[in-house]
Design a protein. Structure first.
Length: 560
């Protein structure tokens, strides 16, 4: 009974605090969307309660505790957030006293965003539970961290000059940039720092929105795994809107387009996504909390009702119906909406990131295609210009990278491209470069006809003078027509990476549910490569290599 009365009083206090968010907090993140009667809220509360009781779950953060203090007004939550942040600052001070950079500076300040978000929310939302001396120490630390991020060559900790490398500070297409922006925005608001706010408003945010406006149809040039870092960026859009009234999310079409991008990048079984670029978290691209969070944030911000409805449909139909890890439960407080509306278009060309998606229908047994041709500039992108991926019930043809331990195998030999070999070594694709894709035509049931010029991907290397690839996707059959001109001592090899050991007979190879038939040249030779014997990084997978004379390959791939 006593516990009930305590929670009742706490609820009244929380309602009072929520009614005056602007007066109390400088970080004016609106939490009125939180349904305190929902299962999502109970899961999140229980996750935080476990930490308050001294048994924090994996990944628990001071932000989680600060959210619960903001929502309920219950002192133990705020006290925990303050304790955790003070520990972060004490660890930093100890490192600095020993002549070292603090943990926040590790990996070119990659984690500065979540670390200073923790600090900012404890400083602002839980500041009544921190002493003035604590807050002064926190402020000195946070001010220095943000200054070091944006001015790496003047960076210092204590009296020591500790320059950084400036990685990605001017690259709004890179996941590091979003972490830097997160640290700066949260701290600028919490500390009410006019200079930092002006720096964001007049410099960093225009750089960001200008770049994203040049990515029509959404997505990220880092690929899909690293591209899920857009979830952080979209969360910052919500924060900035609530704090300033400025709607970055709809300043251009990128956020809304990214809803459609991710719907089309998801395979028909709605449990995996196109493995574009590095896949370091899990090599096999299974949908996870990060993609769910991205869509929840995008749905909450878009002004396009149709896009929001499609986002709801995706959220209610994918294999991840709720966050799978407690440290992500906070994001499930964002509503997924009603059942939504199933998408209609079967072909989606994300021109800004160079990805073409097509599927025969929206059923789980549909055949699905991804084709890459466009900008290649980010370090987490792969040498995959001209690559295709096929899926029908499972992978038919896909990058070998998904069967590696590392998830970061980037070379042409792992992708479904023409492999150009000079003196026995693959000729690499180079960045930055931009290949082009022209849609010749589309039709019913995901029919696609397109032509790509992949020559630019080789940066003028005389080994690859020209390479054009035509794809025709029709009636669950993909036909790939390559024409190319190579330099002396260079050979072109048509290659397809497959999950199962292929059987080869004449001009035909069968690997699992994939049948591959070489139509040209007539006297082509087919061989199979076992990846587990080629490199210890690979756990399984095979590659079919096709060699032959002349300057053309025509290959048909179909689902058996």
């Amino acid at each position: 009974m006593a516990d009930f009365r305590f929670r009742a009083v706490a609820m009244i206090v929380a309602l009072f605090l929520a009614a005056m968010p602007v007066a109390r907090a400088k970080v004016k993140l609106d939490l009125s969307y939180v349904d305190r009667h929902s299962a999502e809220y109970r899961r999140f509360r229980d996750f935080v309660d476990r930490a308050v009781a001294g048994d924090p779950g994996y990944g628990f953060s001071a932000t989680d505790a600060a959210y619960m203090y903001r929502l309920t007004g219950e002192r133990p939550y705020g006290a925990l957030a303050v304790k955790m942040v003070d520990a972060q600052v004490r660890d930093a001070e100890a490192a600095i006293a020993a002549g070292h950079a603090p943990p926040v500076a590790e990996d070119s300040y990659l984690e500065v965003g979540p670390m200073l978000r923790d600090l900012a929310l404890a400083y602002d939302w839980c500041g009544d539970l921190a002493t003035p001396a604590m807050k002064a120490r926190w402020k000195a630390y946070a001010d220095q961290a943000v200054a070091n991020v944006w001015h790496p060559y003047a960076a210092h900790w204590g009296s020591r000059w500790m320059p950084g490398n400036g990685w990605a500070i001017d690259d709004p297409g890179n996941n590091y940039f979003y972490s830097f922006l997160q640290a700066t925005m949260y701290w600028a608001l919490a500390s009410d720092n006019a200079a930092l706010k002006a720096y964001l408003q007049d410099d960093r945010l225009p750089l960001l929105t200008g770049y994203l406006a040049r990515l029509p149809k959404g997505g990220s040039r880092e690929g899909t795994s690293y591209g899920a870092s857009l979830r952080t960026l979209f969360g910052l859009y919500r924060l900035w809107r609530d704090a300033t009234g400025v709607d970055l999310a709809n300043a251009n079409s990128h956020l809304t387009d990214t809803i459609h991008y991710w719907v089309h990048a998801t395979v028909p079984t709605l449990d995996r996504f196109a493995p574009i670029g590095d896949q370091p978290r899990v090599s096999v691209p299974e949908l996870y909390d990060y993609e769910r969070q991205l869509m929840l944030e995008a749905r909450s911000l878009t002004r396009d009702p149709a896009a929001a409805s499609v986002a709801s449909w995706w959220l209610h139909h994918i294999s991840i119906s709720r966050m799978t890890n407690g440290f992500n439960d906070r994001h499930d407080l964002l509503p997924a909406g009603d059942a939504g509306t199933a998408p209609r278009e079967l072909v989606y060309h994300a021109t800004g990131v160079g990805q073409l998606f097509a599927r025969t229908d929206w059923g789980t047994d549909a055949m699905w295609l991804d084709f890459t041709a466009g900008p290649y500039e980010q370090s987490h992108a792969h040498q995959a210009q001209g690559a295709f991926t096929l899926f029908a019930g499972d992978w038919l043809a896909v990058t070998e990278n998904i069967w590696s331990h590392s998830g970061i195998q980037q070379g042409t030999e792992t992708n479904n491209v023409l492999r150009f070999e000079r003196k026995g070594e693959p000729v690499p694709q180079v960045a930055p470069s931009t290949s082009t894709l022209t849609l010749v035509g589309t039709g019913a049931r995901g029919e696609v006809h397109a032509v790509a010029d992949l020559t630019p991907a080789y940066g003028g290397n005389p080994a690859v003078r020209t390479w054009r690839r035509r794809i025709d996707f029709l009636d669950r059959v993909l036909t790939v027509d390559d024409s190319f001109v190579v330099g002396p001592d260079t050979q072109a090899v048509f290659q397809v990476n497959v999950p199962a050991r292929p059987t080869i007979e004449g001009n035909t190879a069968i690997a699992g549910k994939l049948r591959m038939t070489v139509l040209a040249p007539a006297n082509a030779s087919l061989t199979a490569v076992d990846w587990t014997k080629a490199d210890r990084d690979y756990t399984s997978g095979w590659r079919i290599d096709v060699r032959g004379p002349g300057g053309r390959f025509v290959v048909r791939l179909e689902h058996r």
